[in-house]
Design a protein around this ligand. Structure first.
Ligand SMILES: [Fe+2]
Length: 270
């Protein structure tokens, strides 16, 4: 297996023999790299649905979404019945931040390429590196702060003027309180922020919003972000614990389509 870093702090391209990839020969190395680099690109893999699942099983347990192991991510409602929620992916987020244990990782195979240059890229921000680079006094000030995460927060970004019925639907999903700084079992802390961050608990609303905005701006600096420009057949694996991600917005009538598989989380945010 051959690994080339994309930037000093984030991203890597992995070249690996197909049999080794599918057979899990380097599964332990891939999982270690995933935490270090946040995003791993395996170019020109052209994986079938079954092959994507075969690889997924080498590094974790597949998390079923709507009872399914794979999802077609598209804004076309004929292909993706929850396309309205998919637009929430245009904003930095952690998948399943409202769940007790968020997903461990997410993987995408490109099925239909985005049509326009720059649009439809996938961006991944390393929130381990972002936390590590904070000044020490800032780190000390963040200790003990908790943030309420809710679907309402992320959905308001795509639909800022909801009906009562829509708001009730979002609020039917339980919100969740998380520490702002996740102290992972392996020892490296990360920031838990993004579109699902609804408010900072016990803090004045304006002050809390400013704190979240400052941290988001900090964590999404170019030096912490890998931006993937899709090429036919690419397979992208990204961390969902010490990283957040988003899609660069693309046209609402775009045919862009990804095959997604998500892995079960293994550690609660604590
Ligand atoms: Fe996502």
């Amino acid at each position: 297996m051959d690994v080339t870093n994309a930037k000093p702090l984030v991203g890597a391209t992995v070249s690996i023999a197909r049999d080794d990839f599918l057979g899990g020969r380097f599964a332990a190395d891939i999982q270690r790299l995933l935490v270090e680099r946040s995003a791993l690109v395996f170019p020109a893999m052209h994986l079938s649905n079954a092959e994507q699942l075969q690889f997924a099983a080498t590094i974790g347990e597949v998390f079923l979404v709507g009872g399914k192991e794979t999802q077609n991510i598209s804004l076309d409602k004929a292909i993706n019945p929850t396309a309205d929620y998919t637009r929430g992916a245009f904003f930095w987020h952690i998948d399943g931040a409202n769940d007790p244990i968020p997903a461990k990782a997410t993987m995408l195979s490109v099925r239909i390429m985005p049509e326009d240059a720059e649009s439809g890229d996938t961006l991944v921000a390393n929130t381990y590196a972002a936390y590590a680079a904070l000044p020490e006094e800032r780190k000390a000030a963040l200790a003990g702060i908790r943030v309420r995460h809710a679907l309402e927060a992320s959905q308001r970004m795509v639909n800022p003027d909801p009906s009562v019925a829509e708001l009730a639907r979002w609020q039917a999903y339980p919100s969740r309180s998380h520490p702002l700084v996740w102290k992972h079992r392996h020892g490296r802390p990360s920031l838990v922020i993004g579109a699902t961050a609804h408010y900072v608990e016990g803090m004045d609303v304006a002050e809390g919003n400013m704190l979240l905005c400052e941290l988001q701006e900090w964590a999404t600096q170019d030096r912490f972000v890998y931006r993937h420009k899709w090429q036919a057949g690419d397979f992208l694996l990204f961390d969902n614990t010490g990283a957040m991600h988003k899609a660069a917005p693309y046209r609402l009538d775009s045919k862009r389509q990804m095959l997604r598989t998500t892995l079960h989380g293994e550690e609660p945010i604590a």
